[in-house]
Design a protein around this ligand. Sequence first.
Ligand code: PMP
Length: 330
Amino acid sequence: MRYYDNVVELIGNTPLVRLRNVTAGLSSTVLAKVEYFNPGGSVKDRIALRMVEDAEKSGLLKPGGTIVEPTSGNTGVGLALVAQLRGYRCVFVCPDKVSEDKQNVLRAYGAEVVVCPTAVAPEDPRSYYNVSDRLAREIPGAWKPDQYANPANPRSHYEETGPELWEQTEGRITHFVAGVGTGGTISGIGRYLKEVSGGKVRIIGADPEGSVYSGGTGRPYLVEGVGEDFWPTTYDKSIADEIVEVSDKESFAMTRRLAREEGLLVGGSCGMAAVAALRVAAAAGPDAVVVVLLPDGGRGYLSKIFNDEWMGRYGFLSTGSEAEATVAEV
Ligand code: PMP
């Protein structure tokens, strides 16, 4: 019989898929590392597993312990998945702007979700940062992974995702492109690829317009999971050779194209990274092998990026008539 003992064994070893249509006119090869094939649906399963394993080894997380983290998204799903199989309780703290669907995904995996008001200052005791700190202090046996400061986050990519890419491309990768949130992905994979190639692989970060990584101050943007208004310790500034700035409009237009033209229903940060990858590919020669990491799937964004009304409200439909065009085509 051929089977996996449990779902956690399915984390990692995600496929590389060539982008064939959005690359029209480009001579280089562009490959997507499709992370929605992880069992929790995102790249964050990888760091969740590694952070839990490290905390178990160092004794910070003991049998029957509780994982407390301020997260509403992919990291929460990864942690909940791992926690469930190992008998830990999960308490996630999120601001009330987070959609009910996202909260319900976490609850579906057995996690408890504490919702805090968005409209309070970070120093307010009711803010979600402060509530998660207080719960981590008060709940006996609580442990806070803190993905923005946990070295296990970049290390999981240095030890696993990076070597996967090197093996899958048989050492022929020339450029690696990834969006930057905590910076764990680009710092870990980037460091590995630079070391193994003797500095030959070029590392490119993709960042939403306005975020600190591309020189901004944290001005609001709508793409989720990437860009920051502070510098997390998980981001290694010495790794990226270049940071490409991408607007929300370009990111979302490309996200839609990936679904329609490549059959890849992915999230907005994937569209953003793909825009950067195509720019890089356009400037590179025919021998270039550009790999772009696509962090998650698109199901969580159906009411936003894939909804014409929402896109139109923010002026993201290119001519304002895409909705009509779709109807006309039918
Ligand atoms: N895209 C999405 C959807 C994410 O959730 C994240 C993680 N915040 C990223 C991209 C960026 O990954 P990293 O935190 O490793 O920089």
